[in-house]
Write a protein of this length. Sequence first.
Length: 605
Amino acid sequence: MSPAPKPLPRLLRFVRPYWRPALAALTLLAMLVVLDLAIPRLIQRIIDQGIALGNRRVVAETALLMLGISVASTFIAIGNNVYSVRVGEGVARDLREAIFLRIQSFSYGNLDRQNTGQLLVRLTSDVNALKTLTQISLRIGTRAPLMIVGSLALMIRTSPRLALALAPVLVVTSLLIGFFIVRTEPLFRTVQGKLDALNGVLQENISGVRLVKSLVRGQFENQRFEVANEELTLRSVVVMRFMSGMMPALTLCINVGLVVVIWVGGLDAIRGRLSVGQIVAFTNYMLSTMTPLVMMTLLSNTWAAGLASAARVQEVLGTSPEVVDAPDARALPPETPPDVAFDHVWFTYHGEGNEPVLRDIDLLVEPGKTIAILGATGAGKSSLVQLIPRFYDATRGVVRFGGGDVRGWTQSSLLARIGIVPQESLLFSGTVAENLRYGRPDASDGEVKAAAEAAQAAGFIAELPGGYGARVEARGANFSGGQKQRLAIARALIVDPDVLILDDSTSAVDVETEIKIQDALARRRPGTTTFVVAQRISTVLNADRIVVLDGGRLVASGTHLELMATSAVYQEIFETQLGGGIVEEAEAAEAAELQASAAGPRGGA
């Protein structure tokens, strides 16, 4: 057997809060089984005590009793369905919430290894499969074994000899059904996996449809989808082809059983051992035994899908965040100065062949300083600043904030002191004001406007229909890249952080606007420690200190003038972006600086 059922008991905790309606559903189901099993016995009574003896009163009374049982069964079945649906929907709601909260708790490292499409499938398709499994279990799935046990007991009570004659047929039928269930479960699991792959392709294509169109890759994406769709179809055909042989085989078993009952029962009736009513009742009990077996086989796809979904849901729920608060973590005191230090820090992304992204970084940043981080793509710039708010933890070494190891502070208190503008400026559906207040919902209108002005966003916001009340489409699709970046900067500024991290957050704005943003940030709160990750050297010229990374190592550190005189890497970047004349410019700048410093004392004398 496949190990798939193992996660299922772990998910039973989601059923426990609904044990009362679940128990009510099972109780009603047991009552329904009892009433169903009474019908064949009443039919026997009509035949043997009514029709055979010409007793109309017995026929009428028994018929009315059967009618009453049928009416009662209808209302009991409705009650069972109501309670089953209540339990199933409640379990689905709690599962969705648990999965969502677990995803929210994931660290960046967890999310790096998770596919967005697969997470969406866990929240939708897999939860629905488990909901269906729960409801089926409380309705048909539990009814079937109760009917089988009850029917077998009444068959033996009706005619032990006939039950013994039918035993080989029942054994063969059970083995056949077991064979089908064992074989179909992994087949359906494969189908679910192919559905997973198809959903992944679909999610990637829909989310990246603009890129697909811009690069004219529609035909390629069509082929990807066609391959995934075809694989799902082929696997589904294999399952259905296998299942198509099930019903004829089970029908043969049922017909053989009927022949055995009629043959053996008929001979016993001729000899006076059985009555016609007993044979009819026994036949009904035999069908009540075999029909649930067939039903369980037909539901094997539901069980297989539910078990496969249980394994995938448990995979998400069983994933622990990589970055968690230490047991003795303390809240970062508000008065702690926002100094940041990297003490021989090494960092390696999990699953990248243990190749370090950062190597022995030693850096001290004083409060209120602006530190620019420059380097080629893949040098480790974003990785470095992502260690400050503990999006990742350093592999070796210590990252300090306020003189203490960041792992010693609670994440919530640490993040409350830090404002971050990531590379991708994501906006949420809603209004402009709601997006700007996202990190601080209680911000006043004046604070919102001041942040927008500092981020050079107030101008285009004023031109929008509705201004700050203008609608923002999902992911900010109705704004340009530069507008989204400026809104993201304003959103970070509203938090009023002690440490501001700008991770290549002005790449989509022009140089003039970028300079205005830098000037506004410098005036807004002089005591803020600012980290600026940049690709453009024009972004970092006025920083208090420029840090140059190359291959994950800190290869140079200083002001623009100092690096122009001492760092070949910085000179190469400067020459590539802003042209030649490096040495001459550096020498002239150094001479001007010396002359200015020499003129100072003379002027003061």
